[in-house]
Every structure is written in structure tokens, then in C-alpha cells.
Write a new protein. Sequence first.
Length: 398
Amino acid sequence: MLRFAALILALLTLPAFAQPVESFDSFIANFRAKALAAGVSGAIYDQAMGGLTPDPRVPDLVTTQPEFTTPMWDYIEGRVTSGRIERGKAAIGQNSTPFASVGQTYGVDPYVLGAIWGMETDYGAVLGNDKLIRPIVRSLATLVHQRRTRLVEDEVDLIAALLLVQRDGQTPIGSWAGAIGHLQVNPSNVLAHGTDGDGDGRVDLHNSLADALATSAKFLRGLGYQPGLDWGMEVVVPDGFDYLLATRTEMRPVSFFAERGITRVAGRSFADGNLPVFLYVPAGKDGPKFLMSQNYLVLKGYNFSDSYAMSVAPMTDRLKGGGGFADDWPRNTALPNLAQRKAIQQALLTLGLYQGAVDGRLGPISQEAYARFQAARGEVADGFITRASHDELVAASR
């Protein structure tokens, strides 16, 4: 395991993106030394990697991930559905013992784990679908060979998957991206946090819900999850508010925002004015707005997509019997396509407002850069990037 940790540090020095420069067979042969240096035996490597062919599904799946290609409101509403909520309540009720146990042992809200379970595998329903759940070594090898933007993470997970083969005597199965079990944990985190939740002496996230719950709870605690803390709250932002304060780079007490006129929806009061939060405005001044706690950022540690975290959060509340968001989304807004999103990032880069990758994934860094552009032009600096933003930015960067 020490060698595996050292490998992670070494891989972090590699460039984040490169094109395939060798055949798949050459990659398999050349990757062997790196795997053996991390503790994989030669026999296990040859057994697991010998004769592999690329998974033809993977390239398209990488470029069509809904977390990054679907409007947030469509993503959320396609997953936080009445059917999934009702199935979740029933599934949690039928498995009340392991949920109660993991909540008591780790301090993680069982309904957060239930929401992740529903989001990831529809409460285990997809685990028997061999079109979705397959041996992960082949998929991860394909991802590494493709040299996509997550090269470092994919290499670490491929080696972790091989170490799991070595430990357990069988190739783990999971999603095309390598995630394993009921709550879909990637192999490196299975190695780091895998927990025997049912006491049978094994860690089996695919066949044991108790193991999966305990592993994800331990993983969330490792990411900084704070027991007893909600993910956040929906708020009302007054006209004239300085949206440049909507940044997650600095947590501020709730009282800071309350003093500037922000209130909770539906006349609710703030329970703790000292709670550190940040203001999140995912769809600009005309969409729902939130004060988010540390535990929201933990959800993003589980899956980096804000659309994902913004689905787990309300699903948690709905499983408890709560309602949906008070404000509606700006559904009629025209949003940029992939080429336009890349052009937006390139324009922000050209204007000296952005230093991230030009990959078309418009996350917090891109949004904050665009907010600075808006502020410089005297616009409401809410950071909401639309198709009109593309035209404005491209013209300004010429």
C-alpha cells in the first residue's frame, strides 16, 4: 500500500492531458512496469491485462456524460423523480438495520447515503444489468489508453483495480468508469476506505449493501463530512446584491449574508448565524439560490459534478419527506453547446480572466471568471453562462 501511495504522488506530476501515442497492445506491455512498482505481481498483471482489447463503449460515454452535457434542472428532475423517491423510502425502510448502524457508527446522515444509493444504482436495481456493470479492468485500461483529462485518476484507479484482483482473487465489476458496488466507489477509494459492514470478513460492495454503506460513510468522513450538518439551504437574494460574493473560495458566516439582505425561503429563519457557508447561484439571478455548507463540498468530493451534488442534496430532503425547491429554473434560457462552451473558456483565457482547461466543462472556475467579465461591463455579475454569453465573450476577445 505504501508503494501505491507513492505512485499516486508520482502520477500527480504528469500532464493532465495527452493523446494516445501507442497502440493498445503496446500500452498494456508498457504499463506493466508501473503496475509492478505499485505492488501488483507480474502473474496478476498478466492474468488480468493479458489479451485485453479496448472497450468500444468508453470513448462515447466519456464525451456524453450527462453531468456535463445536460442543463442542471433537467439533470436534477430526471433523477429526483417521484418514483425514485418512493422506491428510496421503501428500500431504506426494508434495510433499516444497516442504515441505522452506519449512521450511528460514522455519523453520516443515512438519508444522504440513501440518496447516493438511489442516484448511483437506483437502489441496486442496475447491478444485475450486464450492459451497465462489467469487469472494470478493461474499461479503466481503455480510459488510461485514451489519455483523457482524468489521466492521473484513471491510472491510479487502474492500478487499484489490479490490486483488488490480487487481494480478492477475482476481477471487480462495476461501471464503465470503474466505480464499484451499490454506491459506486472508485477502486482507489475501495482500497482506502473499504469496510466490512456485515461482519463476514470480506469487503464486497457489489453483493453486500452493508459493506457498501459503511465504505461510503467512511469515504465521506474522509472527505470532511461533518455529522449533524445539512448540505445547505435555499435562500432569497435581494435586488442589487453583489453577486461577486457568490464564491466558494471563501466560506463566510451566515450572518454575513443575512446582513446583506439574504433571507431563507418561505419565511424560515437561520438557525445558526455563525455557520460557515458560501453563496451558490447555479442558474444566475433568475434561478434558485443557496447558502451551502461544507457538506455540499463533500458531495462534490464524491462526484465532482455540481449537477450530481445538486441532485443528491434535494433527494436527501425528499427521502425525509421534505419538498422541492421554492424557486423555479430559467428553463427557456438558450445554453451553449460543447463547441461554444470551449470558445467561452478560450475567450476568458484570452481576456486574462481564466486559467483553467479549455474542455467545455463550465464549472465554478469558469463561472467566477465570467462573473468578473460581467462586473467589468456593469452587468449583474451572477456568473450564469448562456448562449448569449458566448457571443458577448467572443466579440470582446477579438
